[in-house]
Design a protein around this ligand. Structure first.
Ligand code: GLY
Length: 391
């Protein structure tokens, strides 16, 4: 990595004791939440820092079970295992009956929950659910344009687009190929990845959130935003998904091009961070009082720690050091300390902030979000020990 733009010493990295204490806090919060969320899902984001319980019909339904699995791995406690397996059954039912699955978020939903159950316990229902989800993802692939359609009915002209977030859905397809011996899953993942990186990543290595293709010709049409500030800004979480996505995919597909784009995406992101290493919700903002997105910092930390395990010792030290500072900032200034005030792990995330230029309704602004909590816990886990990813 040639071009880290700064060497911040403002935030001291977490040491082992601090990491252990942060993990213990999160595990205690998972334990408290079992009462409300063993037989229900968590909403995608909190309301006044409290997650409501909801039916299993959101794209985020895999993150809470993922957090329970991380707690199970850390403790071996059968209460966690049993609760996570109830969530796995719910997700199996959902994919078998195609309940609210008209979108591409199968990896987000099934990797940290059902694939994790298979990897950790050899849970056959977890494997079955993961493979059904991978099949659903394959169905959303368009030959014209070579991409997986993000949202809505397949082929609808107004939805003929992909989004940068989908990089995190692709590990499910690599896993499905490994499990079944059928190369089609991996081949489609590679083709989507190539399309996404070719068109979503701008020349300055910022990213478009979404990108439209021409349904007649398969040619690129235009980048646009859904959740970012505007079409030509770089939504912080989109950039975070791109950084973590390229790192996770580099483990599965170690091509030099992925490494190069990871470095450049990261450089763009780092150059726009405020001093506490937690971005504003869109990278167009580098100071002021716009809301932060703590979840982006957690996602990026996981990407850095993933790449640290795949690179030279010198580079790994740099990446781990950065991740340890980001997680330190989250733990010291963003983590929930009072369980009466919040049933989440990480405060000050932004799900979708409405602007005159985007497609948001405005939800989950300055709240906890399900993936922020999950990736914070995953990041702490990765920092504390060698961890086998669910992805
Ligand atoms: N994948 C949707 C989001 O990050 O909000």
């Amino acid at each position: 990595m040639n071009h880290l733009p700064f060497d911040t010493t403002a935030i001291a990295p977490m040491n082992a004791d601090e990491t252990g204490a942060a993990i213990a806090n999160v595990i205690a919060q998972v334990r408290r939440n079992l009462t409300d969320f063993t037989h229900a899902s968590q909403n995608h984001s909190s309301v006044n820092n409290i997650y409501p319980a909801v039916a299993n019909d959101q794209w985020t339904a895999g993150f809470w079970p993922g957090s329970i699995w991380l707690a199970f791995e850390a403790t071996g406690d059968a209460d966690f295992r049993d609760a996570a397996q109830i969530q796995v059954q719910s997700l199996l039912h959902r994919i078998e009956n195609r309940i609210a699955t008209d979108h591409h978020d199968m990896g987000f939903m099934y990797s940290p929950s059902c694939v994790a159950a298979w990897k950790l316990l050899g849970d056959g229902d977890g494997r079955k659910a993961g493979l059904l989800a991978a099949d659903q993802l394959v169905e959303r692939f368009h030959e014209k344009g070579a991409f997986i359609q993000a949202w809505g009915a397949k082929g609808a002209p107004e939805n003929y687009r992909f989004i940068i977030d989908c990089l995190l859905n692709l590990p499910l397809l690599y896993w499905a190929s490994d499990e079944t011996g059928n190369d089609q899953y991996r081949d489609l993942a590679r083709r989507h990845m190539a399309t996404s990186l070719r068109y979503s990543v701008r020349p300055d290595f910022s990213t478009y959130h979404t990108f439209y293709m021409d349904p007649e010709t398969g040619d690129p049409v235009r980048g646009s935003t859904q959740q970012g500030f505007s079409d030509d800004s770089s939504w912080a979480r989109g950039q975070a998904w791109a950084i973590a996505g390229t790192a996770f995919l580099y483990r599965l597909d170690p091509t030099p091009a992925l490494l190069e784009v990871f470095d450049n995406l990261l450089a763009y992101y780092l150059a726009r961070l405020p001093a506490d290493l937690v971005p504003y919700w869109d990278l167009i903002f580098t100071s002021g009082d716009e809301p932060r997105d703590s979840s982006s910092a957690a996602v990026v930390a996981c990407g850095l720690l993933e790449m640290a395990g795949l690179t030279t010792p010198k580079r790994a030290t740099t990446l781990r050091g950065l991740a340890a500072r980001m997680l330190a900032s989250l733990s010291r200034s963003y983590a929930v300390t009072d369980p009466q005030a919040s049933n989440g792990f990480l405060l000050h995330a932004t799900y979708s902030k409405k602007t005159p230029f985007n497609g948001c309704r405005g939800e989950g602004v300055d709240e906890c979000v399900a993936w922020g909590d999950y990736f914070y816990f995953e990041g702490l886990t990765r920092l504390s020990r060698t961890w086998t990813p669910y992805w």
